[in-house]
Design a binder for this molecule. Sequence first.
Ligand code: GCU
Length: 463
Amino acid sequence: MSLPNRIRLAALAAVLGAVLGAATQAAAVPPPPEPLSTEDDHAWMMRQLGIESLRRGADGNPDSPHAANYLESKANARMATLPDPLVFDDGTRVRNAADWWERRRPEIAAHFESEIYGRVPELPTVQWQVTDKTIETIGGVETETRTLVGRVSNPLPPNTRVDIELTLSRPTGATGNVPVIMELGFDAEFLARLRERFTEEQLAAFRGDGPPWNEQVLARGWAAATLVATSIQADHGAGLYEGIIGIGTGGGSRAPEDWGALRAWAWGASRVVDYLETAEGFDAARVAVEGHSRYGKAMLVAMAFEPRLAAAFISSSGEGGAKPWRRHYGEQVGNIASSSLYHWMAGNFLKYAGPLDVDDLPVDQHMLIALCAPRPVFISSGTDGDQWTDPKGMFLATAHASPVYELLGARGLGTMEYPDVGHGLLDGDLAWRQHDLGHTPAPNWPYFLDFVERHFDKDEQTP
Ligand code: GCU
């Protein structure tokens, strides 16, 4: 175990005695790593930060006294404090693209790392292996599907291993290196639970009328990939002691600036690009990512921090994704800082639901979108049943990211006016469309694929 981890564990043992009511051991030798439960890990992070209590989030139940706000008239009081992406922390203005690339972009990225999503530690390399290859017909297209495992072996105790799961399908008739559209998706167990929980009718509503997304991708002659998020990092606080985050901490607890699950899932997308750079038949310079809801948040983080990703489709990402923290509408900072979701974030983020508030954040989410500039990003939302994600807030964040795109010679949204449902703003490098279904990406898939195809064609024509 590395020295910082030993120190952390010794401190943890001492504090936990008090937190959990167990006998405190004044041990000269640090105890073996003892992973905490979600609640205890959350409490331990609060202790590390000296936070006694957190503000509660909004309640999805409309009859609750803490019900989420859905009134536009009450949503914007704090939007006045939205930081300007083109003004340095010291108050001076970004004058040109060089200012952006050399100083302002790194300044913004550092804030997101330290306060919101956390830093990526040194990690062992990932060894990709193709474990299976099948030829199948998907939506009428003969396709070769590879099953891959990205093995991460941890040389340190405890000997956790991470096997990243990826499937990669490519039309057998395709020639040359094809673009890849990659979804951050669910594991088989979760999908089985969904099938048990929802009726076929509800699932059909989620899928929409069109063919599944992978069929739409393959029909264009492109490759479709699915990366299983939870094979990289479990989706709960107790899981932080394992998975790729556990490998980074040597099985100990996180320090406040260490990464959370969103950044870890995003890291997984980068490792897939590493693989595609070495594999034949795929164009690693034309990889687009898609994610919905929590996975939409993660793929926006991926797009912001991984310059090799060419485009992104960010669906219903809401709080922690494309929605400004400063919008008082739908989900709030207290929800994400709670013990059920805090593991998505760096520990430091908890401060903003405790002693600090959203106006104290040095950045807001329009600046995460701005970190993607000038690459094409499509921000998507639903309507009824998707208000928790704050569609208008996500539109506003996209609009407020536009000046950075324009500074870099790309096209932003071109308007601050919130368009009608179904009226897409799709001609620029930043795109927005709100479909008329609920919490699902399905109706926007064809619009995204047309959008990204235009960009990929343009790239091919640029010498
Ligand atoms: C919860 C959470 C959201 C998240 C969503 C999901 O509703 O509050 O932030 O996007 O789960 O991922 O399905």
